[in-house]
Design a protein around this ligand. Structure first.
Ligand SMILES: NC(=O)c1ccc[n+]([C@@H]2O[C@H](COP(=O)([O-])OP(=O)(O)OC[C@H]3O[C@@H](n4cnc5c(N)ncnc54)[C@H](OP(=O)(O)O)[C@@H]3O)[C@@H](O)[C@H]2O)c1
Length: 472
């Protein structure tokens, strides 16, 4: 749920009489129950670049929220220092710096009061005390205020000659390594959305971009930031954008006409109309960040072969990101799935996703024919040898290939589709709904911090089961 902090809901009941530092017994109902405070702390810790530790300026159990790993003692105090931008008292009260335009509406609606420290002339008057959230509804407001504070702190913590700088993983030319790079935060033009990226993933496409295989297909606008997937929060919207406001959670696939901006960055500008959808409640950023491209390719491929209940569908490449989604989508339609996987953990992975049989791709024809001597009704070619996969189709069979293999065999009755992932808002929304409603599991094998994306790419190249996530 997104909350408009310029017009927040009214907080119920009287304002607390405490600053939250003390815990008077007659004010216990003004504090956060433990599970609410735990959720708030978890949310704060999930914010990109945030470090937490004991506050140096408040009661010892108060948790400081900082933007940089401290090299020495934690001496700095509250934004606009580059470090601490707030802390969470053990009572759930938050001491935060808040963007100036939000202070009046939040105070009017009963959520904040000026922090006592802000009465001292040397401190900015944006430091407020946000009352402890007492239930889920109040937690949603506290989260939104916390995010606005964090966004303000991150945006002004890194500037160079007045230009706001972001951290990205980019490469500067063909053959150059992917490296941590400071780049200007891009601006959203008309019809575009600036997303504060919190998660992305590794896809085969990213390898193609990095290795220069897409030279001639796309223009490379160096430095090229890698990352096709993204999930995060809307930081700003350009002119003509409707239906989205800053702070809303979104995910999707970067579908820009040139290669330059990508999801391995703190910010990316994407189109409002295409490749973007809102993240529904119940889907976190990390899973949303791996869902876009692989989920879309899987759904498009399954739609192309349209398996009917009881039909057999061979999925070659079932252990990969696309395959892991495709196995589930085919099984959900009642198909009997034959999935490629090595014996052992890989086989358990695909059968756990709903495959009826696991077959070893090194012995594909024999193992598939042993299951269905007349061939399969449909096949997805996500990896391996296209002709070998097509040869296992029964007459009249359907093939979908994400590798753009189209059989050219006169006399064979095969309907083949070369799949080009089409992440329309409707497709992304459908995938997200499938996840939230428990029909689609998002198999995140491992999560890497932004700086470790080269290792994520190396691990992907060496072979991974499921999706590799990157968090920013
Ligand atoms: N056209 C499009 O719009 C589109 C969209 C998305 C993806 N794609 C393409 O679709 C393919 C799959 O994507 P992905 O993200 O799922 O990649 P992935 O995660 O690398 O998955 C490929 C999987 O296939 C397995 N594999 C390798 N050789 C195989 C063989 N001979 N037979 C059966 N399985 C084999 C791999 O296992 P090991 O890791 O153990 O080798 C891996 O688990 C990639 O080539 C990608 O570029 C295309």
């Amino acid at each position: 749920m997104s909350i408009d902090l310029t017009d927040p809901p009214l907080r119920s009941g009287p304002r607390p009489r405490t600053t939250g530092r003390e815990i008077p017994h007659d004010q216990l109902d003004q504090f956060s129950p433990p599970h609410i405070r735990d959720a708030l702390v978890a949310d704060a810790q999930a914010l990109a670049g945030v470090f937490t530790g004991p506050s140096q300026v408040s009661e010892p159990a108060s948790l400081a929220l900082r933007l940089h790993e401290p090299a020495g003692p934690w001496a700095a105090f509250l934004h606009p220092s580059p470090d601490e931008f707030g802390h969470i008292h053990r009572s759930g009260f938050l001491h935060l710096t808040v963007p100036v335009p939000l202070i009046e509406p939040l105070q009017r609606a009963g959520w904040i009061e000026p922090h006592p420290i802000s009465r001292r002339p040397e401190w900015p008057d944006t430091i407020v005390m946000l009352y402890a959230p007492r239930d889920e509804a109040e937690l949603a407001v506290a989260r939104a205020v916390l995010r606005s504070s964090w966004r303000q702190a991150t945006a002004s913590s890194a500037t160079e000659n007045g230009v706001i700088i972001m951290r990205a993983m980019a490469f500067t030319d063909f053959g150059a390594d992917l490296a941590a790079t400071d780049l200007p935060v891009p601006e959203a033009g008309p019809g575009e959305v600036l997303v504060r990226v919190l998660a992305s993933s590794v896809n085969g496409f990213d390898l193609g971009v990095l290795n220069g295989y897409l030279k001639g297909v796309y223009d490379y606008d160096f430095p090229v930031v890698l990352g096709k997937d993204f999930a995060g929060t809307v930081a700003a919207v350009g002119d003509d954008v409707t239906g989205l406001t800053p702070g809303e959670d979104v995910f999707g696939v970067v579908m820009r006409p040139t290669l330059g901006q990508g999801g391995y960055a703190e910010y990316v500008v994407v189109s409002r109309q295409y490749g973007l959808a809102k993240i529904p409640d119940g889907l976190d950023h990390t899973r949303a960040g791996v869902l876009g491209l692989a989920g879309t390719a899987a759904l498009n491929a399954i739609d192309a072969v349209a398996p009917a209940p009881g039909e057999t569908v061979l999925i070659s490449g079932a252990t990969g990101g696309v395959g892991a989604f495709a196995v589930q989508l085919a099984a959900a339609r009642g198909a009997r799935v034959i999935a490629t996987a090595r014996p052992g953990a890989e086989a358990a992975f695909v059968t756990g996703l709903g495959a009826t049989w696991a077959v070893d791709h090194t012995d594909l024809p024999a193992q598939v024919r042993a299951i269905t001597p007349d061939g399969v009704d449909a096949a997805l070619h996500l990896a391996g040898d296209g002709p070998a996969v097509a040869a296992l189709l029964a007459n009249g069979g359907r093939l979908a290939s994400t590798l753009h293999y189209l059989p050219d065999e006169p006399g064979r009755d095969i309907k083949a589709t070369a799949v080009m992932a089409d992440p329309s808002p409707a497709t992304l929304a459908r995938l997200a709904a499938d996840v939230v409603e428990g029909r689609l599991r998002v198999p995140v094998a491992r999560t890497y911090p932004l700086a470790e994306t080269p290792r994520a790419i190396a691990d992907f190249t060496a072979g991974a089961v499921g999706k590799l996530a990157v968090t920013i």
